[in-house]
Design a protein around this ligand. Sequence first.
Ligand code: NAG
Ligand code: NAG
Length: 397
Amino acid sequence: MTKPLLAVTKYAFTAVAATVGLYACLLGLLTTAFVQSHVIYLHKIQMPWFKDLDTPELFGFLHNQVTPFSIPTLNNESLYAWHVIPPGLYRQHEARLVQKSAGRIEDITSRTGFQLLKSDPKALLVIHFHGAAGTVASGYRPPNYRALSAGAPDRIHVLTFDYRGFGRSSNAMPSEPGVIADSIAVLEWAIDVAGIPAARILIFGQSLGTAVSLAVSEHFASRDQPVVFAGIVLVAPFVDAAALAATYRIAGVIPITSPLAKFPRAFRALGEMIGDKWVSRDRIARFVRIAEAGGMRYRITFVHAEDDWDVPSHHSQTLFWHAVNATTATGIGREELDRVKVSKMVDLGAAGTVMEWKSENGFVREEILKSGLHDVIMGNSVVTLAVSRIFGSVGLI
Ligand SMILES: *[C@@H]1O[C@H](CO)[C@@H](O)[C@H](O)[C@H]1NC(C)=O
Ligand SMILES: *[C@@H]1O[C@H](CO)[C@@H](O)[C@H](O)[C@H]1NC(C)=O
């Protein structure tokens, strides 16, 4: 070998060895609870950086349309929340809302917006469970709240909040049981303090929030006095944390654990060390079985874009299958369901495909869009319709 070639080979070898070594160190770090928490929840990534969350007007809302406040939990966490009034209702009460001061408040029950929610026997409430990273005000979340209300702009209120460790919520480290406990506290606040019965509450989740949505839905349905909410809308969900790790790319580009997925044994070992498993496929199946067995009405809609580079849309298709399978006594195989889809699925061209599965007690609907990415989709009309279709199916709007 000539000298220069030898040098290049040596250099290349060192570079590869350094990369592999660094990657192994990163994976090693992933086995610590602290690093796991930061990698799964990304809660210290606080977009937007320069705007005050207590001034929702900076995020495209009307004066006093949003009330920032806090919801306490039983284990002493404090969860930062926004109550968003729908624009039609705002218009009816504009003179009063404009006069009053806006911003964060200790006791939300004194606010006009809260009273409009609590005193209206026809008010509907969407409770929003956001994805990893950021806060209630990040990215496509504010347009998402507007899309949620748009199907009945004088009726559909939105309640959104930051999990522990995120934004202005108390500082504990997020974990699967912790985030679920927080979310239960928010639902209890909606039922007990705001006085909205479960039949008028819809659960909406995106990305990580879909796993939270299914966990709380199963929790409430499993209580001694079972509670089933009006419906569940899941945007860009994932099957479980391990399946997500096998495909996930940060910002659709940087793979973290997916290269390791090529080595099943090592990948399983890593999976076992990760405490938070978020097994949505089992939770959705248990939820559907409990509802079916108890004759409780339920409605589930999946929305996923084919060009979602963060979480591929096959995750929704797998969850759809687990939910449909749970509606049947004897089960239905994946291939069998795929055959049913050939005749039952509606092709809407550029808008994608829709497959709805009805059972005696509910429906499970899968909408796979051609485009919408991972989060732009949240502000789109498909989300408005998913919410209004569910409330409409029970004659609420
Ligand atoms: C919450 O705080 C109260 C008052 O400070 C305290 O008495 C109680 O033990 C705390 N509960 C938990 C679960 O930490
Ligand atoms: C599908 O449902 C059947 C019957 O309840 C069950 O035995 C089976 O384990 C389910 N399959 C999956 C993949 O969950």
